[in-house]
Design a protein around this ligand. Structure first.
Ligand code: TEU
Length: 580
């Protein structure tokens, strides 16, 4: 009913990266039966929704984000029957299941692309972005024409240079975003790997095929979609050169994006949207855009994943990490809280399968691992929005000490190393340091269930080595500990369910310019919450706590200190307090 907040305003989502969650058959790769076997862990944590990274058939060049069949399950993960069993078990525990929807691109092995590339006149030719090589001005040609070429105006076939890409867009995984296809003498577009050709959403048949596929999954019982790079589906492809890549102009937020999302809503969600959840992944999205995408009256999406807060610690590129600027982070988070306060809705995350572990990135994964993991958890979960927990985060899993380039599996990391070191001649140590800090593989090593050599993940050889930290950091040890990260998350998730002020209260950032203190209030109808966190490894005096001496302690990672109500926060201490 109008005015009633949607169910997902009080929900917490848990992301499962199936390859690395739990392996039931000993082949070293996580699978659906493995997830099923660990559902009680998730039900106990109290999360409401599971989001599965892609499990469809795929050549796995990008771990499933290159889909060759939208209708099935990859044999490495199981069968459709296994999927149905998992879905039923999730529902039986009162949880929902969300699929990853990767429709900006397919795999190059998808039959649609196989047909499309077969000839210039194939019925699916227009389903992807095919373009002629760029015409090269005569003045750009070598003065001496190649042998056998006509001296005046060479034809394309006579050009002494390789075909030139239609524009200067670069792939997110290194190299040009265009690959020349000999079969027809044209280039196709791939904003990611060459094995991930971009679908042409201008073509109405493409859109109809995608909507029909989505409807089939919803009819099967799934509860929504996390939509991969959905803000790339409408492109301004004639936009050429001149820094288009850096700004994303041309391939982000294309002219028909809102139209496509509204059309999708009408074709897929209309009538059943109240029970579903949709979240669009949108690199480069601004808060003003996000307000439009998530304004319920526009009927587009429930929420988006934005990237601002996970881009602040990057220098020249993603693998050039800089220390976190806390003031910049608070400014960004605060602006999103404010921008979506009255219209729209925030998603809240610090980690996922594309980001390093946030306890290593923004906290202290040594001495203060428990404190900093719980500090960031409390800060994030006390913001207004829907929190996302990435697998392993609930036990404070950390980055991995990868020894050398051969330890990485991720296509982005592997390609980056090749381009920077092998082809670019940069020092290997320097590039490796960047990869160790920022590689996506930090989040992709197996979930650490126990202290055995394969961490309880598999009986076989894991597809990527288990982190050596598994000996200390694992589910069994954490849950048995007095200082359990899991127990802390469980409490935060319970609060989201039971506490209206946590779910819906008005957010106000405090002490914006303080370089070590993260502080804010949440205002409910008849109470106020204060969150204070010491984002540093030194004691911090917080005079504003003086006014909160009588407050109730709602959550704290140093409960005795919080109860004593002193004004000094210990390293990485966080307190959530309430006054009525
Ligand atoms: O990621 C899109 C995205 O923009 C990134 O986080 C990207 O992986 C990174 O910026 C590269 O520098 C999504 C998926 O989450 C990611 O796993 C896929 O690899 C990518 O799309 C392609 O499908």
């Amino acid at each position: 009913a109008p005015g009633t907040p949607a169910w997902w305003t009080r929900a917490v989502v848990y992301q499962v990266y199936p390859r690395s969650f739990a392996d039931s058959d000993g082949d070293g790769i996580g699978d659906l039966r493995g997830i099923l076997s660990r559902l009680d862990h998730l039900a106990d944590l109290g999360v409401d929704v599971l989001w599965l990274s892609p499990v469809y058939p795929s050549p796995q060049h990008d771990n499933g984000y290159d889909i060759s069949d939208y209708e099935g399950i990859d044999p490495i993960f199981g069968t459709l029957d296994d999927f149905d069993a998992l879905l039923e078990a999730v529902h039986a525990r009162g949880m929902k299941l969300v699929m990853d929807l990767v429709v900006n691109h397919t795999s190059d092995e998808h039959p649609w692309f196989q047909e499309s590339r077969s000839s210039l006149t194939n019925a699916k030719r227009d389903w992807y972005w095919w373009r002629d090589p760029r015409a090269v001005a005569a003045s750009d040609l070598p003065v001496e024409p190649a042998e056998g070429a006509s001296p005046q105006a060479p034809t394309a076939a006579e050009l002494p240079v390789a075909p030139v890409e239609p524009n200067d867009w670069r792939s997110a995984f290194s190299g040009p975003a265009w690959t020349f296809d000999e079969t027809t003498g044209q280039f196709y577009l791939h904003l990611f790997a060459p094995q991930q050709p971009d679908l042409n959403w201008e073509n109405a048949e493409v859109r109809a095929a995608v909507y029909a596929m989505m409807n089939r999954w919803l009819d099967r019982g799934v509860d929504g979609f996390r939509m991969d790079v959905i803000n790339l589906i409408s492109k301004n492809i004639e936009q050429v050169d001149g820094g288009a890549q850096a700004s994303g102009i041309g391939f982000q937020m294309g002219p028909r994006l809102h139209e496509f999302l509204q059309e999708m809503h009408e074709a897929v969600f209309a009538g059943r949207e109240a029970d579903l959840i949709t979240v669009g992944e949108m690199p480069g999205v601004t808060v003003d855009d996000a307000r439009l995408f998530t304004d319920p009256s526009r009927r587009e999406l429930d929420m988006v994943f934005q990237f601002e807060h996970v881009s602040l610690d990057q220098g020249t590129d993603k693998f050039d990490p800089r220390p976190l600027d806390l003031v910049a982070l608070k400014r960004s988070m605060g602006r999103w809280q404010e921008g979506l306060a009255d219209v729209g809705w925030n998603s809240l995350y610090l980690g996922n399968h594309d980001q390093p572990r946030h306890v290593s990135r923004f906290g202290d994964d040594g001495t203060y691992r428990y404190e900093s993991a719980t500090l960031w958890a409390a800060i994030l979960h006390l913001h207004r929005g829907t929190p996302y927990v990435y697998q392993g985060e609930e036990i404070g899993m950390t980055n991995v000490p990868f020894a050398g380039p051969e330890d990485f599996r991720d296509i982005e990391s592997v390609n980056y190393y090749r381009e920077a070191v092998v082809e670019g001649g940069r020092p290997a140590d320097e590039v490796l340091a960047g990869l160790r800090a920022m590689s996506r593989d930090n989040a992709r090593t197996p979930v650490q269930w126990d202290a055995t050599p394969t961490a309880g993940f598999t009986t076989g050889t894991p597809w990527i080595p288990v982190s050596p930290h598994a000996v200390e950091v694992n589910v069994e040890a954490d849950r048995a500990s007095e200082r359990s990260v899991f127990a802390f998350y469980k409490r935060l998730i319970e609060l989201r369910h039971t506490d209206s002020t946590v779910a819906l209260g008005r957010f106000t950032m405090l002490e914006l310019d303080h370089e070590r203190l993260y502080a804010f209030t949440r205002d409910g109808d008849d109470d106020q919450l204060l969150v204070v966190g010491n984002v540093s490894g030194d004691d911090l005096e917080v005079p504003l706590l003086g006014g909160w001496a009588e407050a109730e302690v709602v959550v704290a990672n140093h409960p005795e200190r919080a109860a004593a109500a002193g004004q000094v926060l210990a390293p990485w201490e966080v307190r959530v307090l309430r006054v009525r």
